[in-house]
Design a protein around this ligand. Structure first.
Ligand SMILES: [Zn+2]
Length: 400
């Protein structure tokens, strides 16, 4: 029997197991920075599945390994989730992990504990096949992604020195093969005016009016942004997501203003460019430069209380369609399922901002569940997707 037939049979045999693993993971609430319980459960599950090594890194992510090859292929799933939002919007308990004929239900089924479950099954399959090829296969179950995408991988690469040659994100792709997404960053603009008594506004300079003009300048900047050359990732965007105005009292001309900006970056756009554009457009609108345009830092501590942070900058990434990793993915998919996969991109952001965006490690995406389910009420994932993904993950290292 060819390896692809063997893998497909095993993934099918483990259909209920994969669904059960996902259900168990969904039952354990794991909001960002509060992932300890789910991490301990995953470590236990990987050990039970026969992984060669399983440990926690310094930030709290779970790292599992199968195989002893000199090169490294890493599969990544973040195992934190966003909150449930309005509980009244849910038809079922978001933490029930209910399994029916088609779906597993609950917060994190799509984004993205489904990927984690399929990875555990894939590790089990590789062990049963006696996998011993050139690539050590690492399975990382990472923390705090919803809060600060990529920071967990910045830590793995820069602090733990786990530097893969190739990587796969298992965020939801509806079992399509993805090869990039736009980057993003957050910016804070500060503007200053001159306060005066509310009865005599002509003596002051209103920071509120400056902020309004600056906000409209951002609208203009958004309209001027252009798509990438390949027209693959589309155009970047800029949004004013928050505005604050302060002064000595509510009966005074305000002298301080803050604009918070969400910027999505297409291919060829980086932090330096984005900051200079903001300065340019605001300077043109106000006739003077803003007091400052900065990137804020992420500073929350994870469950291990490790002191670690980064600026809120998440670089754009993509790899070419003819890259050997994309080609191996396409070939593995064809061997398993007898047809070509759809090759596309994500709309949202993933740990790829660090793995490929910051650290230039080639990455693809392939994951169970639909992107549109992410962060939505009544989140669900198909059991079938777990079968497809566990087979794909077990197959890929044989195609490299
Ligand atoms: Zn996600």
């Amino acid at each position: 029997m060819g390896i692809e037939k063997e893998i497909r049979a095993k993934a099918e045999e483990y259909r209920d197991y994969s669904a059960k693993v996902l259900s168990e993971l969904v039952k354990i609430k794991s909001y960002s920075t509060e992932e300890e319980a789910v991490c301990r459960k995953i470590k236990e599950m990987c050990e039970e599945a026969g992984f060669d090594e399983v440990y926690f890194d310094g930030l709290g992510s779970v790292v599992g390994r199968v195989g002893n090859g000199s090169k490294i292929l890493a599969f990544d799933a973040h195992i934190d989730t966003v909150t449930v939002g309005d509980p009244a919007a849910w038809e079922k308990d978001p933490f029930s992990g209910e399994i029916d004929d088609v779906h597993i239900w609950g917060r994190g089924t799509s984004d993205q504990k489904g990927g984690a479950a399929a990875m555990i099954t894939a590790g089990r399959i590789l062990k049963e096949l006696g996998y011993d090829k050139d690539y050590s296969v690492y399975f990382t179950f990472t923390v705090m992604e919803e809060d600060c995408d990529g920071m967990c991988w910045k830590y793995l690469i820069e602090e733990e020195k786990l530097v893969p040659d190739l990587a796969v994100s298992t965020e939801p792709t509806s079992c399509r093969l993805y090869r990039g997404h736009r980057g993003r960053m957050e910016m804070m603009v500060k503007l200053r005016g001159v306060s005066s008594h509310g009865s005599a506004p002509e003596r002051g300079v209103s920071a509120a009016y400056k902020a309004s003009r600056a906000a409209l300048a951002m609208e203009k900047l958004n309209d001027a942004l252009q798509p990438d050359e390949e027209k693959f990732l589309g155009k970047g965007t800029i949004v004013v997501s928050e505005m604050k105005v302060n002064g000595p009292s509510q009966c005074a001309v305000p002298d301080q203003a803050m604009l918070y900006l969400d910027r999505r970056l297409t291919w060829g756009e980086d932090a330096e460019l984005a900051i200079s554009q903001v300065k340019e457009y605001i300077t043109e609108a106000l006739g003077e430069a803003p007091e400052s345009v900065t990137m804020p830092n992420y500073t929350r501590k994870g469950w291990k209380k490790t002191d670690y942070g980064q600026e809120l900058y998440f670089p754009t990434w993509k790899i070419d369609e003819d890259h050997k990793l994309v080609q191996a993915g396409v070939a593995g998919y064809k061997d398993l399922f007898g047809k070509e996969p759809v090759v596309d991109k994500w709309t949202f952001s993933t740990n790829g901002v660090s793995i490929c965006g910051r650290h230039k490690i080639p990455m693809i995406g392939f994951g169970p569940g639909d992107e549109k389910e992410a962060h939505a009420p009544n989140e669900k994932t198909r059991v079938e997707d777990l079968v497809i993904c566990s087979a794909f993950y077990a197959m890929l290292p044989y195609k490299l």
